[in-house]
Design a protein around this ligand. Structure first.
Ligand SMILES: C[S@@+](CC[C@H](N)C(=O)[O-])C[C@H]1O[C@@H](n2cnc3c(N)ncnc32)[C@H](O)[C@@H]1O
Length: 239
């Protein structure tokens, strides 16, 4: 049985799952004006400040796991024309809507299951969300939790998504088939925003160098002629 604890701090309410050596917290604030609110993040994560924090599988920087709806994604993803014959891979999908909406909208007509590369523990996240629904938060939050449970179900369904439950670097080295596998490679606030989650991270190197290294790893996923769509609309066509 999974055990949880509950704390309140500076207007944040946290539901924690802390077995030894691993932690996963759901942090919630219904007041976006409080100190420590969304301003802590480089990017808006929706009207309710609600996200997961998990200890890193590599022992490094904790993972921040958000679940933006498609209308909270950058314009280039909202406007992306989907071609069901292409292979899509999303790195750092978290609980975001992009890949689940691809499956929902094109299920049956997608020629290739989308690939998700993310080390997030979707099983525990799903259990924690079910637990959170019984907690008596406002209806808007409970609706969000139900939607996120649906997204977890999609990502965990091997008939719908190929989940590579590792960080990008580990995914590439442990699954060589991923190299050159995809037509469209997407990173929306994933490892490019959190490059210190990669083992290639080195404090001595500047941010730009680390980001370039992560970007190079992402490019390895693209087929010749494939594209990488990442934060800041970096576009790259595989050679
Ligand atoms: C801030 S969330 C973004 C989630 C979603 N794409 C969105 O826009 O709401 C960052 C996600 O990137 C994942 N992530 C962080 N570092 C990663 C890495 N090195 N490789 C793969 N995924 C990573 C985290 O687990 C988390 O799910």
């Amino acid at each position: 049985m999974i055990e949880y604890s509950y704390t309140e701090f500076l207007g944040y309410r946290s539901i924690k799952h802390n077995p030894s050596g691993y932690s996963l917290d759901l942090d919630i604030s219904e007041d976006s004006t409080i100190f420590g609110g969304p301003a802590r993040f480089p990017h808006k994560i929706g009207p309710l400040d609600c996200f997961f924090r998990a200890s890193s599988p590599n022992g490094g920087t904790p993972l921040i796991i958000t679940g933006r709806d498609l209308n909270e994604h950058d314009q280039f993803l909202r406007d992306l024309c989907i071609d069901p014959s292409l292979q899509y891979v999303e790195i750092g999908a978290g609980l975001g809507e992009f890949t689940p909406s691809l499956v929902d909208r094109y299920n049956g007509s997608l020629e290739h299951k989308p690939i998700v590369i993310d080390p997030a523990d979707y099983q525990v996240i799903r259990e924690l969300l079910k637990y959170a629904i019984d907690f008596g938060f406002c209806d808007e939050l409970n609706d969000k939790f139900r939607e996120w449970i649906k997204r977890c179900d999609t990502i965990l369904d091997p008939n719908k998504v190929t989940l590579v439950n590792l960080t990008l670097g580990d995914a590439l080295s442990e699954n060589t088939y991923l190299n050159g596998s995809s037509d469209v490679v997407i990173d929306h606030r994933g490892p490019l925003t959190y490059p210190s989650t990669e083992t290639i991270h080195d404090e001595a190197l500047g941010d730009d160098v680390i980001k370039q290294r992560v970007s190079n790893l992402e490019k390895r996923l693209a087929k010749p002629g494939g594209i990488l769509l990442s934060d800041g609309l970096t576009k790259f066509r595989g050679a």
